[in-house]
Design a protein around this ligand. Structure first.
Ligand code: NAP
Length: 321
């Protein structure tokens, strides 16, 4: 069960924002002094996640203040919460969770004015308000609800970079997407189809219909069947690698474990607001569909527990408002 704590101010959070002026001259008159934020105070099991009442963060030069509509769950945050990513992703405790943000600008900066709907890959989005450098944000898609758009930054950018930057899929490529039923996979299937590939996807019974509906040409149930070979590229989105993985394709892209092969790439997605804007354009054109399972922010700790037991699928958003 989520513990509710009331804690003092730390880090970049400070005084109430009432009557502060944005760079665009708008007043942030309706911003409260405090907000709820899902934080960890120490590394450990899911019980270290607590919803704290903390001061609303104050944006610095070039930063916007966002009223968060939703964030999303990313499984890598389970590792962060457990302390497994300490060496690669140092955070200061207490740390506010949430990498994906979808929300409305309250205090503007750069190209963004109060009232603009934005998305982005940031830190500290699992809260009622978040700050971000204006340069890392993109305008939210207009075709889908703002809360659903929280599904896009991490999963969408990772899929984009896997398909276009690393796998360099083209018309007629045969691509095997292993783990198509997850948050990244649902984007990867659609982007690979958009690139003109013949998409073979692995999905279990709970995700097969969604993966097929999003355009996969062939869906292989990984729970009963071996993974098919004869592919030009394998995009691996699963934490465990399939047996004899190097026999399945000529080239390999992995977002989890490295694959031992001369033509294999493992990568960590980078923040690229330009790519995010291109992805938003595809969403608005109806080329890419965004499917989410929406939960309240209060369910975050339970979600971590479910993910640890392999019980989550697809993209799960966390509504904050
Ligand atoms: N390198 C990076 O920058 C980066 C970025 C984002 C994520 N990641 C990592 O990439 C992985 C995927 O991320 P995600 O957000 O897509 O995760 P996710 O949404 O939690 O993925 C869950 C899905 O994994 C599928 N799955 C589990 N075991 C499988 C297997 N043996 N074969 C095929 N599918 C399997 C399940 O599919 P079914 O529903 O079909 O059973 C489930 O829907 C995670 O390990 C994450 O930490 C890395």
């Amino acid at each position: 069960m989520t513990r509710v704590q009331v804690s003092g101010a730390t880090g970049a959070i400070g005084r109430p924002l009432v009557n502060q002026r944005s760079e665009t001259g708008a007043d942030a008159t309706d911003v409260p002094g405090t907000m709820r934020a899902a934080r960890i105070h120490e590394y450990g099991d899911a019980s270290v996640i607590s919803l704290d009442e903390v001061p609303v963060p104050v944006p610095g030069p070039g930063e916007v203040l966002i009223r968060v509509a939703a964030t999303s769950f990313n499984p890598s945050e389970v590792g962060l919460r457990m302390g497994l990513l300490r060496d690669v992703l140092g955070v200061t405790l207490p740390h506010t969770l949430g990498w994906d943000v979808a929300g409305t600008v309250v205090i503007g900066a750069g190209d963004f004015a109060p009232g603009d709907r934005v998305i982005g890959l940031i830190d500290g989005a699992a809260a009622e308000y978040a700050i971000a450098k204006a340069g890392v944000l993109a305008r939210a898609p207009r075709r889908i609800p703002l809360t659903d758009a929280a599904a896009v930054p991490v999963a969408g950018l990772t899929a984009w970079q896997a398909v276009f930057d690393h796998a360099r899929i083209g018309p007629g490529s045969r691509v095997l997407i292993n783990g198509a039923g997850g948050g990244v996979g649902l984007f990867a299937v659609q982007l690979a189809k958009h690139a003109g590939a013949h998409v073979v996807a692995t999905a279990g019974p709970r995700s097969a219909a969604a993966v097929r509906a999003l355009g996969a040409d062939e869906v292989v149930d990984y729970t009963v069947a071996p993974l098919p070979g004869g592919n030009d590229v394998l995009i691996n989105l699963v934490a465990g690698l399939p047996a004899s993985v190097t026999e399945l394709a000529g080239e390999f892209v992995s977002i989890t474990l490295p694959i031992e092969h001369p033509r294999a790439v493992q990568f960590v997605a980078r923040n690229d607001p330009g790519q995010l804007a291109e992805l938003v354009a595809l969403i608005d054109k109806g080329v890419v569909d965004v499917r989410v399972d929406a939960r309240p922010l209060e369910s975050l700790a339970d979600l971590h527990r479910a993910a640890e037991r392999g019980l989550t699928r697809g993209k799960i958003t966390l509504n904050v408002a």
